[in-house]
Write a protein that binds this ligand. Structure first.
Ligand code: KG4
Ligand code: ZN
Length: 333
């Protein structure tokens, strides 16, 4: 079995994954949403302090598996460096104390592996990764060969939901709340412009800061917001935010075939986005792969699943060599 640890942002999570059949034997996650909500976003220093309390608590519950462990795995990149250090330090201590090899896992590869929890991997695979930190379109030949087709030039898709939520006075993280408000709203009431059209339409990239500004100006123009107006803003924003993703995805695959398409990351829980991706995949005769809702946002189960692949390749790292890195551009070619 492999014990995996995730602490790249504000979720403390530990999982135990069985090597022979990839079965998830134990998985626990403690989120810090409530603690960060009052600041309108994640405060790295606070997140690190909370990990230092919650990770040992979760570890206590996983102790019965210690005698059967073959390796310790931990997210070491990308993420908030001060929070990554919490998980990495714990992993190093366990590796030394239990005399077990250590695996450093890339968080983005972990999100890709959220599609394969308790299942076999499936490659090649095209992936849309939409989270609080990333908006990326990837062609994944395998976990060691990942081509970046498009990324965001500024805010990420999930981040734009959080920022619009903050402007509307909604709690952090706002993604799921905006989605639920949008269900009750008129998506055509506010005619926000889809980003990166016109002169930059040839560009294969995403951008959300301009849309966020359009929403800010709209909110300011409305003055006092009644419940229905909030719902209409959420619905209109979500429609345009997703339309932007879809426009660029369609562009990317205009002359490119795709058989298997996956969507991962916290924002992949969005059902409106999933619906649009279903329609796109149907038009390309491709199959859409989604993670179970509980594995969309950050979790150690996906890190454990990724670690099974790393273990089988023998990709171990010496305790002194495992470094924390806030970005990881070099996983792409
Ligand atoms: O993957 P994740 O848990 O953390 C990062 O690695 O960033 O993603 C969290 C992000 C947040 O920005 C949150 O607002 C967004 O995912 N999110 C959503 C939805 N659920 C979570 N965005 C849009 N619609 C949702 N239903
Ligand atoms: Zn993530």
């Amino acid at each position: 079995m492999i014990l995996s640890i995730e602490s790249s942002c504000d979720d403390s999570s530990i999982a135990i994954t069985r090597l022979k059949d990839k079965k998830l034997l134990f998985h626990k996650k403690i989120s810090q949403d409530a603690e960060h909500a009052q600041y309108g976003g994640v405060v790295p220093e606070l997140a690190a302090r909370l990990h230092a309390v919650t990770l040992p608590k979760i570890l206590e519950e996983a102790k019965s598996y210690f005698s059967q462990l073959k390796a310790i795995a931990v997210t070491n990149e990308p993420g908030l460096s001060v929070t990554l250090v919490e998980g990495v330090s714990m992993a190093k201590a366990l590796s030394v104390a239990l005399n077990l090899p250590l695996l450093g896992i890339n968080h983005l590869k972990g999100h890709i592996c959220s599609l394969f929890i308790e299942a076999e991997t499936l490659f090649p695979l095209d992936v849309l990764l939409v989270s609080g930190g990333h908006t990326q379109l990837l062609h994944v030949t395998n976990l060691d060969e990942i081509k970046l087709l498009a990324t965001t030039m500024d805010d990420s898709f999930g981040e734009s939901f959080d920022k619009v939520g903050k402007m509307l006075g909604l709690p952090y993280p706002a993604g799921a709340i905006i989605e639920s408000y949008a269900k009750k709203g008129d998506a055509k009431r506010f005619d926000f412009t889809i980003p990166l059209q016109g002169t930059s339409s040839s560009l294969l990239a995403f951008s959300y800061s301009g849309l966020k500004n359009q929403v800010r100006l709209c909110i300011e123009a409305q003055g006092n917001l009644d419940e229905q107006t909030i719902c209409d803003i959420c619905a209109s924003f979500q429609r345009v935010a997703v339309a932007h993703l879809m426009q660029k995805i369609k562009k990317a695959y205009k002359e490119r075939s795709v058989e298997h398409f996956g969507v991962v990351g916290g924002a992949s829980a969005n059902l409106y986005l999933r619906g649009e991706l279903e329609a796109f995949c149907a038009s390309k005769k491709a199959k859409l792969h989604t993670a179970k809702m509980e594995f969309c946002s950050d979790n150690a189960a996906m890190i454990g699943r990724c670690a099974v692949e790393a273990y089988q390749k023998g990709a171990f790292v010496a305790v002194a060599d495992l470094k924390v890195r806030s970005s990881s551009k070099d996983i792409f070619y």
